[in-house]
Design a protein around this ligand. Structure first.
Ligand code: NOJ
Length: 705
């Protein structure tokens, strides 16, 4: 008779030695020279399919499924015969590459972000990968920080909503399906607050800001059932997160009830020595495990010291076992005990199939934000005008992928030039890929309109790629000025991993279509929007500053005690508002917002109410409008932001169509963490806006009694 208790977490745990238990907490690189020996000795729990600490900016070997299956076989034939979990940074697509996460955030479309998660999980799992380190939920208020590209931007509510969508897409119905992967909410916590925007830098975050601004996306991720959380590299106010018991064990595991796996970032356990809070790797292992880091990524503090620490009693066996249980649970949920291998032919119908490409196209199309459109220059009439396509990004192919694209192939992405050629439109001239400015200006002169593709190379953003200057890369503004100097209309198509300083660019551009790094289908999306096959519906998930001197620049700032007096908190040499605010974006139509109506003017605890508006498309084409709900807590025991996003809906409107848009307001939308770290709603008045962006519209008041 079979044993019903076999292969339960407790049964497996009971047969592991301390050394084997420790082994489950170790993640090594696929390029570790001793990989096979370590797997044979049963002291590896998971393998990361990356060769270097900053894989996102480098060319990495593609995943070889047959190699993974062979390594798995060795693990299963060695004691304790437990399957390995293979992990890789499949961040915004695997073979079908989606826009970088900040681009996906600009869609403000939960459904598309979820579908993006589904596609990356299907393609990744078919390639033998069980675990991906996405979504990145760091609040990013500083565009100098290169990793803003991997974030959902500056807002806790938007990041939480899209993070949840991405996680549900990746993890699917069941993790044991060959279409799902384990997601990872990272980097817990505060990593985006790096001083000066310099990656890995010190952060100084008060507890109230930590809980009200940085925590919400992680709280939602835990609620959504995310399988893993990665601790961040940074220190917060003197304590490195990787060794911080209050943040990991108490807040994340106990208070938020996170039951999945917490892993360190790459070598971050050993880096506790550089932070100066430990003197030895043994001490680092002790600190990190007690803090709640279940798996150590790549460095070898656990491997070398944990067994000893448990035997000496410095680390309690129950603490070790709690971590091991979490890892075993992950392996069971993935179904790896029954199905440890990945079938070699799974990818054939999956990679880059037409369905996946269509979703990537929709995502790219909805990610692009129309920032300027003087005299309604766009959309262009494809047949009527003599158009020149030029600029340093016109022939870019894999540069359109963006940071953290390990598996997209150059041969599988079209450039703007390729795509325009495929249209066989005789009135579009494709400028040469090598730009000789004298020839270029002659071509501009010979055409009615110039499309100039500008922007950042992907290696200017992403990990370790912070900048001190947010201007366009060298020479590009100059080129734009010269092109505009000819005196004809110029459309700027701008590809970037971060907001840039567009104060001057906008003076020389008749239209600016902000395209981020849009992925496999980016070129088509851009051209479809330029020629009006689609109407732009992207909205900014992050404020665009007027200059580096404006940083930090975010919409949900505090009021100060002197907002309107003769002592306001302003600059005397420039406006202090954002150049393009959070939530902003144009379309090819005009949408009219009615005043807000509330179903009641007063609300008691536990009651809900509805805030509604009617929305009319008064323009000539169908649009998707991103309707945004903002709330201000006008009276509270602690200071609160001038407004906060608390809801959004993306609504389709045909020309002349009117729809009613309603939001339900309950206690949770009015609550915050107070000075005692309690999640409370306090009596007093609230202001409510339903608006097209974070700076427009009239508010109405609501009394909470
Ligand atoms: C370091 C990065 O911070 C993290 O985001 C990534 O998942 C790991 N390296 C693994 O590549």
């Amino acid at each position: 008779m079979s044993n019903p208790k076999k292969n339960t977490v407790e049964e497996i745990l009971s047969r592991l030695t301390v050394k084997e238990k420790v082994g489950q907490l170790i993640q090594i690189s696929i390029k570790d020279p001793d990989l096979i020996e370590k797997v044979k000795s049963g002291t590896v729990g998971t393998v990361i399919l990356a060769e270097s600490p900053t894989a996102g900016n480098e060319v990495q070997d593609k995943v070889l499924l047959s190699e993974l299956n062979a390594i798995q076989k060795i693990a299963l034939e060695s004691s304790p015969a437990l399957p390995l979990v293979f992990a890789r940074d499949v961040i915004h697509g695997h073979r079908t590459v989606f826009p970088i996460p900040i681009g996906q955030a600009a869609t403000w479309n939960r459904d598309l972000v979820k579908k993006g998660g589904e596609v990356l999980a299907k393609e990744g799992r078919a390639n033998g990968i069980h675990w991906t380190f996405t979504p990145m939920l760091d609040i990013a208020r500083d565009p100098r920080w290169g990793r803003i590209a991997e974030s959902y931007g500056e807002d806790p509510f938007l990041s939480a909503a899209l993070g949840e969508a991405c996680i549900t897409g990746i993890e699917g119905q069941s993790l044991s399906d060959t279409t799902s992967m384990i997601a990872c909410a990272k980097h817990y916590i505060g990593y985006g607050a790096a001083e000066g925007g310099r990656d890995y830098n010190t952060t100084e975050i008060g507890e109230n800001t930590l809980r009200n601004i940085y925590l919400p996306p992680f709280k939602s991720a835990v609620k959504a059932g995310v399988g893993s959380v990665m601790a961040s590299f940074n220190e917060i106010s003197g304590s490195p997160v990787t060794g911080n018991q209050d943040l990991i064990r108490r807040l994340l595991k106990e208070e938020l009830c996170f039951e999945g796996v917490v892993l360190s970032d790459w070598e971050a356990v050993a880096e506790l020595l550089f932070h100066g809070v430990c003197e030895s790797m043994e001490e680092a292992a002790n600190l990190a495990l007690n803090a709640g880091i279940d798996i150590e990524m790549v460095s070898t503090c656990y491997e070398k010291h944990l067994e000893k620490l448990v035997h000496s009693g410095s680390v309690k066996l129950e603490i070790l076992e709690d971590s091991v249980r979490r890892v075993l649970e992950m392996k069971l949920k993935l179904g790896l005990l029954e199905n440890p291998y990945t079938a070699e032919n799974l990818g054939v119908d999956v990679y880059l199939n037409e369905h996946h490409k269509k979703i990537a196209l929709d995502s790219a199309t909805e990610s692009m934000v129309l920032l300027e459109n003087k005299n309604n220059l766009l959309p262009l009439e494809i047949e009527l005008q003599k158009i020149l396509l030029t600029g340093p990004m016109a022939h870019a192919r894999e540069e359109l992928f963006g940071t953290w694209t390990l598996d997209g192939k150059k041969s599988e992405v079209e450039s703007l030039a390729d795509f325009c050629k495929s249209l066989q439109a005789s009135n579009i001239t494709i400028g040469e890929s090598v730009l000789h400015s004298d020839r270029l200006l002659k071509e501009v002169l010979d055409h009615e309109i110039t499309l100039i593709a500008l922007g950042e190379h992907p290696q200017r953003s992403g990990e370790m790629n912070s900048v001190s200057d947010l201007s366009l890369p060298a020479g590009q503004l100059d080129l734009l000025k010269k092109v505009k100097g000819i005196g004809k209309p110029v459309v700027v198509l701008l590809f970037s991993g971060r907001p840039l300083d567009l104060s001057e660019v906008r003076l020389y551009a008749d239209a600016i279509l902000w395209a981020w790094h849009p992925g496999t289908m980016g070129a088509q999306a851009c051209i479809d929007l330029t020629f009006g096959i689609e109407s732009p519906s992207g909205r900014l998930p992050v404020s665009f500053p007027r200059s580096v001197g404006h940083l930090p620049c975010y919409y949900n700032y505090k009021n100060t005690g002197r907002p309107h007096t003769r002592f306001p908190s302003n600059y005397i040499d420039s406006l202090s508002s954002a150049l393009y605010p959070f939530g902003y974006g144009l379309s090819y139509s005009k949408v009219k917002y009615s005043p807000i109506s509330l179903s009641k003017q007063e609300k008691k605890k536990g009651e809900t109410l509805t805030a509604s508006i009617s929305l009319t498309n008064t323009g000539p084409v169908a649009v998707q409008e991103v309707v945004q709900l903002y709330i201000r807590d006008s009276k509270s025991s602690m200071t609160r932001p001038v407004k906060e996003l608390k809801g959004f809906q993306k609504r389709f409107l045909s020309p002349n169509e009117t729809v009613t848009v309603s939001f339900t307001i309950d206690d949770s939308l009015l609550s915050y963490y107070n000075h005692e770290n309690k999640w409370v709603v306090e009596s007093g008045s609230f202001e409510i806006w339903i608006a097209p962006d974070s700076v427009t519209g009239e508010s109405v008041s609501l009394d909470f009694i």
